[in-house]
Ligand binder design. Structure first.
Ligand SMILES: [Zn+2]
Ligand SMILES: [Zn+2]
Ligand SMILES: [Zn+2]
Length: 183
């Protein structure tokens, strides 16, 4: 490939061959070297951004740079490959998240940036859901208490039975020894 650098002259721009300094005719002497261009484009390169481990062909550099360091949700935050997951999990305003009232029955799934307005607008809905859930929970708690009570009574009865059994066993053991002793 012929490398060239443009040189200013009074009438306009001229090209000079770097080897013999002769003026070149831009039409006759200069042509695109597609084979070399292709070779250059397949050169392996690394991403110039610090912290980015990407390597690839020069031809894909531009495409990579449009994604490198930016959140895949296109929220505008710059993130590295290492922090992208925590960014999306904890802070990305465009990440899709569940309503914080999901456990009381709100199944709304929205972008994080609209959670605040959803909470404002859904104040009554969330309060009603929370009230229903609270009542349900109280009923369940009472039921659990009752079951615990029953289990405790059964345990006490089993203990009594066990004590009786042990007592009888002790006596019969004793009586055996006593019988032997007096024989
Ligand atoms: Zn990169
Ligand atoms: Zn983001
Ligand atoms: Zn909600």
């Amino acid at each position: 490939m012929v490398e060239f650098s443009p040189r200013q002259r009074s009438q306009g721009q001229f090209l000079t061959c770097p080897f013999d300094r002769q003026d070149l005719d831009p039409v006759r002497d200069v042509f695109p070297d597609t084979a070399t261009e292709r070779k250059i484009l397949t050169l392996a390169i690394r991403c110039p951004r610090e912290g980015c481990e990407w390597t690839g062909e020069l031809r894909n550099k531009e495409e990579h740079l449009t994604q490198c360091g930016t959140c895949p949700n296109n929220c505008g935050h710059s993130v590295s490959r290492e922090t992208v997951l925590t960014h999306i999990r904890d802070e990305c305003p465009l990440a899709v998240v569940s309503c914080p009232y999901t456990r009381v029955g709100c199944d709304t799934v929205i972008q994080r940036q609209t959670v605040e307005p959803h909470l404002q607008n859904g104040l009554n809905l969330h309060l009603n859901l929370a009230c229903l859930k609270l009542n349900e929970t109280i009923v369940e708690l009472e039921e659990t208490k009752r079951q615990l009570q029953t289990t405790r009574l059964q345990l006490d009865r089993t203990k009594e039975e066990l004590d009786k059994t042990t007592f009888i066993w002790k006596i019969s053991g004793f009586s055996g020894i006593f019988t032997q002793a007096i024989a």
